[in-house]
Design a protein around this ligand. Structure first.
Ligand SMILES: CC(C)(COP(=O)(O)OP(=O)(O)OC[C@H]1O[C@@H](n2cnc3c(N)ncnc32)[C@H](O)[C@@H]1OP(=O)(O)O)[C@@H](O)C(=O)NCCC(=O)NCCS
Length: 432
């Protein structure tokens, strides 16, 4: 394929994203080690480009590395509690100095005319101010966190007005109390609270050197919760995933974690189908919902052929009516095309995944996986951390979705007594 054709393909591929992102609000947190790295200038060009494409931008910066450097050069050590720096009276002036230095550098880079670059001649109107009211973190585990604070409120209306007037809003990880005190705020929390207060479309964390090649490209909040519970997940990632869940639960549509190892990573993530970083979303197929009594007929129609060929155990209408509150369905224009039940045995910290079925016409589109995630979510909400399923033909599908084969003794005794020896189902277990 010639270069011209590559370009045409590429431009057509990006067009839907250009259209979709216009007039949307993105909150972008740039870690300060990114600001100090060689590839930062490329990121500045990309931010200018987003601004010129009509995206409303709120930029925030972290300062942790710069603060470390400043404190070290003055032989000042600070303690950490729960991974948060205790900003005491001695260190606070140096912390403020470091934060201002990062901010000034960022402002200067964003104020360049970008000569000899694709964005030559473009100007960004950057505005910063006292948008954040902070308050003390207080005493945590008996330790006074002093000038380390948390977000009390964000002047979202002021910020929105500035964004509407095509200004780029710049925020530092600092907040002022109503009594005039200064607080060092965790940048990730500030970015999350800002995205929530603005009802942002995207919250983007740009980091350096945190690439995890095994990381999936897209994670649902349920998968994030699973990762947070796994000991091998790095602590920084657990914190970001927790923030991502928090933001998404407050209606931020998507959260992205991008490693600035590659020049243009932000553009790849935002304007290509495959993306580049990790995207976190709550987005299940829009027709997934809890079942209700009116769905019994539709579920029976869906599962009857599967019962007839032995893939599913038979369920009477009466049993289905009794269990309907445990069912979730996918409803496509009034037809039930898939279902699953998550039947809890809360006293044994276990739930049965039952009656998982996707209509023939819709198999292979990820609906089975999404329903399993919905069932996992339902179990977690009931504080249940183990799922089991009895299956005769689908054990491999469950293995691919995190289950392992186990013995009958894993089941609660009441279920062991009901186990049908003739059917010889495999018992699969998943820890969530
Ligand atoms: C099992 C079932 C729920 C999966 O639903 P789905 O929406 O097709 O699943 P997904 O789209 O999430 O996953 C599809 C993948 O699973 C694979 N898969 C489907 N059935 C499988 C099976 N029995 N064993 C192993 N892999 C299977 C597909 O080949 C596909 O893999 P690919 O993406 O590599 O091509 C669906 O096939 C079904 O309803 N089966 C009949 C009922 C049943 O057996 N239920 C389980 C009761 S224990």
């Amino acid at each position: 394929m010639s270069n011209n054709q590559d370009f045409v393909q590429w431009f057509r591929g990006a067009a839907p994203y250009i259209k979709a992102h216009r007039k949307k609000t993105f909150v972008i947190l740039i870690s300060d080690d990114v600001i100090q790295c060689d590839r930062f200038i490329g990121l500045i060009h990309d931010i200018a480009l987003l601004n010129h494409l009509g995206i409303k931008l709120v930029l925030l910066h972290g300062s942790r590395h710069k603060i470390d450097q400043h404190l070290a050069s003055h032989n000042i050590t600070t303690e950490f509690n729960q991974n948060i720096r205790i900003s005491d009276a001695d260190s606070l002036p140096f912390i403020i100095q470091a934060i201002n230095e990062v901010k000034t550098h960022l402002e200067s880079q964003l104020s360049m005319g970008l000569p000899n670059t694709p964005m030559s001649g473009s100007e960004i109107s950057l505005v910063s101010g006292n948008f954040v009211t902070g308050m003390p973190l207080g005493i945590i585990d008996g330790i006074d966190m002093q000038h380390s604070g948390k977000v009390r409120s964000i002047k979202h209306q002021v910020i929105n007005d500035l964004l509407d007037a095509n200004h780029v809003v710049l925020m530092s990880n600092i907040g002022y109390s109503r009594t005039g005190e200064v607080f060092n705020l965790p940048a990730e929390e500030l970015a999350t609270e800002t995205a929530k207060a603005l009802g942002a479309d995207k919250l983007v964390f740009i980091q350096l050197n945190h690439a995890n090649s095994e990381q999936a490209d897209t994670l649902t909040t349920v998968e994030c919760r699973t990762l947070i519970q796994q000991s091998e997940t790095p602590e920084y990632l657990k914190e970001l995933l927790q923030k991502a869940i928090n933001a998404i639960q407050s209606n931020v549509s998507r959260v992205h974690i991008i490693d600035q190892q590659v020049d243009g990573g932000l553009l790849l993530e935002l304007f290509t189908r495959d993306g580049y970083g990790t995207m976190i979303t709550n987005m299940f197929y829009e027709g997934i919902r809890d079942a209700n009594i009116d769905d019994v007929g539709g579920i029976l129609r869906l599962i009857e052929p599967l019962e007839a060929n032995g893939a599913l155990v038979e369920r009477s209408r009466e049993q289905l009516e009794l269990e309907i509150a445990d069912f979730h369905v996918i409803d496509k224009d009034g037809t039930i095309i898939a279902c699953v039940a998550c039947i809890p045995e809360a006293e044994h910290d276990i739930a049965e995944i039952a009656c998982l079925a996707v209509h023939d016409d819709y198999q292979g589109s990820g609906f089975g996986k999404q329903l399993l995630q919905v069932a996992e979510h339902a179990a977690l909400e009931q504080n249940i951390h183990r799922l089991y399923i009895l299956t005769t033909r689908t054990s491999h599908w469950f293995i691919e979705n995190g289950f392992v084969e186990t013995s009958i003794s894993t089941l609660p005794e009441s279920k062991q007594a009901l186990y049908n020896m003739d059917r010889r189902s495999k018992i699969m277990l998943k820890q969530i």
